[in-house]
Design a protein around this ligand. Structure first.
Ligand SMILES: [Zn+2]
Length: 317
């Protein structure tokens, strides 16, 4: 372990510098967002942090958190910092800290005093604010929540920090090239039909006994699609670029129409734009709109002979 670290000290330093930059970027967007919220609340009377759904889902805090955390996500992507678990947990803690700092700044700026004119300490102020939370529902203001206010605080802080992690996790889940320390490029290069364009009436018919004929044609279409895909997979495994490229063309002609089918097979090129290493990812996609389901089929390493040509020959479809 130690040997490995010593072998590449400059590389480690570069990674450290990038992580530092990432944290600065995230803290900068966090400070800007919290500042904007402060003005909205104090000058405009709009408390975004206080938006809740069903009284318990802190939508406002989640929104503010995602805006605040956008800097971490954007910096990770552009600097190529791999967001591992430790970094994600650190960012979560930083955001909880940032929330606390924002509360303290708000307290200092208001310089609250008690009835007899003495200045009030931060924790007394914080406790008072927390117990004074009220819910307003359809324009009616409720009573102060008292101790329950702390529940709201916890929801608010967690929502805020989770909003940040949500964006960062999307970046963390993207394919990454360990060798070049970069996020890989993802591009759909083909979409093959493996279903039928069904009307609402036909969709209902599918569930009835008299829909047997339609069910069979659907099955046929699915089989046809899978057969075509299997041919492509064979060409990839054999490293036959010419045959692969010719086969792929058929999945690039009428993508808009294919997208409307009950099932289609997509081919994604996932590739590092520096070392050109990567893989081809194939998925079956079913359904439309909100009901789209993505079923992974296979991931195949990109043959060396494919690497340069595939990038140039096949833009995104
Ligand atoms: Zn690479």
């Amino acid at each position: 372990m130690d040997e490995q670290l010593e072998m590449n000290p400059t590389e480690d330093k570069r990674t450290d510098a990038r992580i530092q930059l990432l944290l600065y970027a995230g803290l900068a967007t966090t400070a800007l967002t919290l500042l904007a919220m402060y003005f909205l609340n104090n000058k405009g009377g709009i408390n975004v942090m206080g938006w809740y759904a069903w009284f318990v889902v802190p939508i406002g805090a989640l929104l503010v958190g995602s805006a605040a955390g956008s800097g971490y996500a954007i910096a990770a992507k552009s600097l190529g910092v791999k967001l591992n678990k430790i970094l994600l947990i650190s960012i979560f803690c930083l955001q909880v800290g940032a929330y606390g700092v924002a509360q303290y700044i708000e307290y200092s700026s208001q310089n609250p005093t008690s009835q007899n004119g003495q200045s009030v300490g931060f924790w007394t102020y914080f406790d008072y604010q927390t117990r004074s939370f009220t819910f307003s529902y359809r324009g009616k203001q409720g009573n102060p929540l008292g101790l329950l206010g702390y529940g709201i605080r916890v929801l608010e802080i967690t929502g805020f920090a989770l909003g940040t992690i949500f964006l960062a996790s999307i970046v963390a889940g993207s394919p990454y090239c360990d060798g070049c320390k970069k996020y890989m490029e993802r591009r759909r290069i083909g979409l093959f039909p493996a279903g039928l364009a069904l009307s609402k009436k036909e969709q209902k018919l599918l569930e009835k006994p008299e829909g047997e004929e339609l069910r069979q044609s659907l099955e046929e279409a699915g089989k046809g699609g899978i057969e075509g895909l299997n041919k492509l997979i064979k060409h990839i495994e054999e490293g036959d670029y010419e045959a692969f490229a010719a086969g792929l063309e058929t999945g690039r002609s009428d993508v808009k129409a294919t997208e409307k089918l009950s099932m289609r097979l997509s081919i994604m090129l996932v590739q590092c734009d520096e070392c050109l290493d990567g893989y081809l990812k194939m998925d079956a996609i079913r359904g439309q709109g909100e009901h789209i389901v993505n079923e992974p089929i296979v991931e195949l390493p990109l043959p060396v002979s494919f690497r340069e040509r595939i990038r140039e020959d096949f833009p995104k479809v």
